[in-house]
Design a protein around this ligand. Structure first.
Ligand SMILES: O=P(O)(O)O[C@H]1O[C@H](CO)[C@@H](O)[C@H]1O
Ligand SMILES: O=c1cc[nH]c(=O)[nH]1
Length: 293
């Protein structure tokens, strides 16, 4: 193409010098919420010891209110909204952006929240395989009038490396497991508390227990599309989500806001440790990486 307009990011090959803006990016972190992704960029800014306090980082996609994007050194932090259609659009444009910018050896990580299955709330789950609602490692994409089935394998070595990094952060549990990706938060995740509910509590528990038996440890809404798209485009990818509740115990997220905020920081702290290790850096003295106090 003579020109590529990345419409939802408000960036383009003629309007922006993408190699100058992004050519040195090595880590891309994505997550649903714009505020979380700004907080992560500010946190990375401090961890990397960059100049200034990082409080006034500019939103690179400020010209659109679809997604928010921030950078801290070689780390790009982008929001993707909720659900597969939203993350798919963002990933198509992000992957083209990395291509136009001539980025090399990029690792991409989704840092999210999820519902846990049979594990303590606050546990961080590193996904080995993203599975669909039938516990199969596949993502079905409609292309023209065909349903194309794509693999959802993630990089196993990267998952193991992240688990090894988690050993240095002992104040929360981290484990590797399958992540189930659904098209909905309520009926699609077997919740009884939506506006509609068409099944019994017994049926719900029987389904969630079968998911647990199949190796599922958490449930969220983007991982299969993320794994499929990143895998096909040759990006090393990982999914790291904290669990906000145990779905075998209930449906509503009842933890207070300060607890939920601290939970959200757990994947961020793990990924910061991973990035610093890769860059051969140590966290600054008195930082909050290894302790919440
Ligand atoms: O915490 P984030 O990244 O938004 O992800 C999870 O939270 C949302 C639902 O509350 C879904 O998008 C789910 O995947
Ligand atoms: O239960 C939950 C919690 C967060 N995100 C989800 O998709 N499900």
């Amino acid at each position: 193409m003579d020109e590529d307009i990345l419409y939802h990011l408000d960036l383009g090959t003629k309007t922006h010098n993408l190699p100058a803006m992004f050519g040195d990016i090595k880590f891309v972190c994505v997550g649903g919420s714009p505020n979380r992704m700004r907080a992560f960029a500010q946190f990375m800014h401090k961890q990397l010891g960059l100049a200034g306090d990082g409080e006034d980082l500019a939103d690179i996609c400020a010209g659109t209110d679809r997604y928010a994007m921030y950078r801290a050194g070689p780390v790009l932090s982008i929001s993707h909204g909720m659900g597969i259609p939203s993350i798919s659009i963002m990933l198509h444009e992000l992957i083209k952006l990395l291509h136009h910018a001539k980025c090399r050896d990029v690792t991409i990580i989704r840092i999210g929240t999820s519902g846990g299955l049979g594990i303590k709330p606050g546990t961080v789950v590193i996904t080995d395989t993203a599975v669909d609602s039938s516990f199969k490692p596949r993502f079905e994409q409609v292309v023209l009038d065909d349903v194309v089935v794509r693999s959802t394998e993630l990089d196993k070595d990267l998952a193991k490396e992240l688990l090894a990094c988690s050993k240095e952060i002992p104040d929360f549990p981290t484990l590797i497991g399958h992540t189930m990706c659904t098209y909905d938060f309520y009926e699609g995740q077997g919740r009884l508390d939506g506006a509609l509910c068409s099944f019994s509590s017994e049926k719900k528990l029987e389904y969630l227990k079968r998911a647990y038996e199949a190796g599922v440890r958490n449930i969220e809404m983007e991982s299969t599309a993320f794994a499929a798209l990143c895998g096909l485009c040759g990006l090393k990818a990982a999914v790291v989500c904290v669990t906000l509740l145990d779905r075998l115990e209930g449906d509503q997220i009842r933890a207070p806001h300060d607890v939920l905020w601290e939970y959200q920081q757990r994947p961020q702290r793990l990924i910061a440790a991973f990035i610093l290790k890769h860059l051969g850096l140590c966290p600054p003295a008195g930082n909050k990486l290894f302790s919440t106090n």
